[in-house]
Write a protein that binds this ligand. Structure first.
Ligand code: HEC
Ligand code: HEC
Length: 210
């Protein structure tokens, strides 16, 4: 695995997930990162727009059923990117595609900044599985998602995410899923079995706790 990783590293270091973002969308996002008062307004508008989302993602992006990801505290660049992917059909989930198609660039950025600004609540996890998952996480996941899974650049925060959602997502990536294709995640998950993916999911859920 280690040798294999080294072969692919230069390409990964170069290809950032957000590289494919619409230029106008990225520009709007970057402008708000540099302008504090405009960002405060964007977060407020995002909170107002999020009434549509709370039925599934919970009142503040921390709730919802096990197959629905926590949005609170997520990396905002990753959120913008995923909303764009749903809107363009690159990531498939009927309701999310329809909702994202109806969001303007401005609304996508506002929603992303709002959810990123909310504090994530601790997830529940199995302590034994989490312990077994720790070394697997350290050797397979930190290059992109960060040493503590907090996300960086365009890569998702996975720390504190629901273990059911993480496990299902990992299994889908491994299956060549039409729903969500990622060459990086597919290659990595193919080197791990289902029990290992579950252990990693519980370790990931244990991260980012206060
Ligand atoms: C009917 C339920 C439902 C509603 C309403 C809904 N979502 Fe979702 N959303 C989901 C599910 C389920 C997923 C996970 C899809 C998957 O497994 O790939 C998801 C995924 C996402 C993701 C990807 C998160 C990640 O970690 O990759 C984002 C971002 C998102 N939703 C934002 C929103 C926003 C913003 C709204 C409101 C405009 C919204 N959702 C409304 C069900 C919903
Ligand atoms: C080479 C970089 C790279 C490595 C290493 C990597 N990932 Fe990822 N990961 C990605 C990218 C890129 C995405 C976004 C894929 C997309 O847009 O659909 C992603 C997405 C994810 C998601 C979906 C997040 C969400 O909220 O839906 C999870 C969960 C995840 N990775 C877990 C892991 C775990 C666990 C490991 C280690 C076993 C790992 N990743 C290793 C690049 C990587």
């Amino acid at each position: 695995m280690k040798i294999w990783l080294l072969v692919f590293l230069p390409w990964w270091a170069w290809a950032q997930p957000a590289d494919e973002l619409d230029a106008e969308l990225l520009q709007r996002y970057q402008q708000l990162q540099q302008n504090e008062s405009a960002r405060v307004v964007a977060v407020r508008k995002g909170r107002e727009r999020a009434v549509l989302c709370k039925y599934c993602h919970g009142e503040d992006g921390n709730g919802g059923p096990g197959n629905t990801p926590i949005l609170a505290g997520q990396n905002p660049l990753y959120l913008v990117h995923q909303l764009e992917r749903f809107a363009t059909g690159k990531r498939k989930r009927y309701v999310m595609e329809k909702l994202a198609q109806n969001l303007s660039h401005e609304e996508k950025v506002n929603l992303a900044l709002y959810y990123a600004s909310v504090e994530q609540k601790p997830a529940t996890f199995d302590a034994d599985k989490a312990k077994a998952g720790q070394p697997l996480f350290a050797s397979h996941c930190t290059t992109c998602h960060g040493e503590h899974g907090m996300g960086q650049k365009g890569f998702a925060r996975i720390a504190g995410q629901k273990p059911e959602y993480v496990k299902n997502t990992l299994l889908n990536f491994r299956k060549d899923s039409e729903k969500r294709f990622s060459p990086e995640m597919q290659a990595i998950t193919k080197t791990l079995n289902e029990a290992e993916l579950e252990q990693i999911a519980h370790y990931v859920a244990s991260l980012g706790q206060p």
